[in-house]
Design a binder for this molecule. Structure first.
Ligand SMILES: *Cc1c(COP(=O)(O)O)cnc(C)c1O
Length: 341
């Protein structure tokens, strides 16, 4: 039996329909004079995000890094929630690439607020670094797919704006946030100067992210992407997958959220584990017993056909996606119960 792979929503394989759209894509040289399918994707994403413009990138990391580069000069600080992707999973890129210091802001649940931003701002002084921008993440991966509601975002944007700071939104899973909150992406991104969204997570594409930004930033964004090695030639092959996903995969994200809730429900009475109630497609599983550390449990689960990742000494992460259905989730819950029995 093939294992049930809940390690990440990046493990999905392009479906036959997506592959067909890729094969039939109209293409050009996007670095030389533009690729028509890529242009179409960028325009569509900019419209969805409510940003003036957008560019297609090979990865979310590169798009995030470009967003930060647009907003922060060397020797300044980026205010960001302490467990954000920008803090833990981009190899200190903000420091290594741009000479920008991360100022981590601790929160109890991963949700940054306007009040926390105001509290982190320091009065101007010749002794302290100047803040350049605020970065937020929706949904928040390390916090278990936590949602940032539109009014919370509004509060952050207002606090940042009062201090003259632009906001970057890391929305690798903004699609999930929009589906779960029943709000358009543009509402969740309102007020952000730069917005990153990924196609290679819940939307099931092999490659790709977009960064939305102000029209005036297009030339610099293009240069930064090129300098980072992100200029792609017949990128329409990849953009076609993203366009196909917006039509065919985006509408089904609520199924992933229902499957995440189903997994948590099925484990509610299972001894030795507590599922954190999921808000989107990520379920954090806390292992309650001394004898069950994550590094012991993960290989046992794998042996039984369930792949999860450790997310701390006593925490596992399960992510639902379009390649797992209800039956897989039922089986996954039985495997967890069996291994912990
Ligand atoms: C995956 C992810 C990224 C980076 O995307 P890659 O395409 O893997 O580089 C950035 N932010 C968040 C929140 C993510 O989950």
């Amino acid at each position: 039996m093939t294992p049930i792979d809940l390690r990440s929503d990046t493990v999905t394989r392009p479906s036959p329909g997506m592959r067909r759209a890729m094969a039939e894509a109209d293409v050009g040289d996007d670095v030389l004079d533009g690729d028509p399918t890529t242009r179409r994707l960028e325009a569509r994403v900019a419209e969805m995000l409510g940003t003036e413009d957008a560019l297609f990138f090979p990865s979310g990391t590169q798009a995030n890094q470009t967003g930060v580069a647009l907003l922060a000069r060397p020797g300044t600080e980026l205010l960001v929630e302490a467990d954000a992707h920008l803090v833990h999973y981009e190899l200190a890129g903000v420091a290594a690439n741009w000479g920008v210091q991360i100022r981590p802001i601790a929160t109890s649940d991963g949700v940054l607020t306007g009040a926390l931003v105001r509290g982190a701002l320091r009065p101007p002084s010749p002794h302290v670094p100047r803040a350049a921008a605020v970065a937020v993440e929706n949904t928040h991966n390390a916090a278990g797919g936590k949602l940032m509601a539109p009014d919370v975002m509004t509060g952050i944007v207002a606090a940042a704006r009062a201090a003259g700071l632009p906001v970057h939104l890391d929305g690798a899973r903004l699609w999930n946030a929009a589906a779960a909150l029943g709000a358009p992406l543009s509402r969740l991104a309102a007020g952000a100067a730069t917005v990153m969204v990924s196609f290679s997570k819940g939307l099931g594409c092999p490659v790709g992210s977009c960064l939305g930004f102000r029209a005036a930033d297009r030339a610099r964004a293009w240069e930064i992407r090129k300098r980072l090695g992100g200029g792609m030639r017949q990128s329409g092959i990849l953009a076609a997958a993203a366009l196909w996903a917006l039509d065919h995969v985006l509408p089904r994200l609520p199924e992933d959220h229902a499957n995440a809730r189903l997994l948590a429900e099925r484990l509610a009475d299972c001894a030795g584990v507590r599922a954190v109630p999921p808000e989107s497609n990520i379920v954090m599983l806390d292992l309650l017993r001394e004898r069950d550390p994550a590094d012991v449990v993960v290989p046992k689960l794998a042996q039984q056909g369930l792949l999860l990742v450790p997310f701390g000494v006593r925490r596992l992460r399960a992510v639902t996606h379009l390649d797992v259905g209800r039956a897989d989730i039922e089986r996954a819950a039985r495997i967890v119960a069996g291994v912990l029995a």
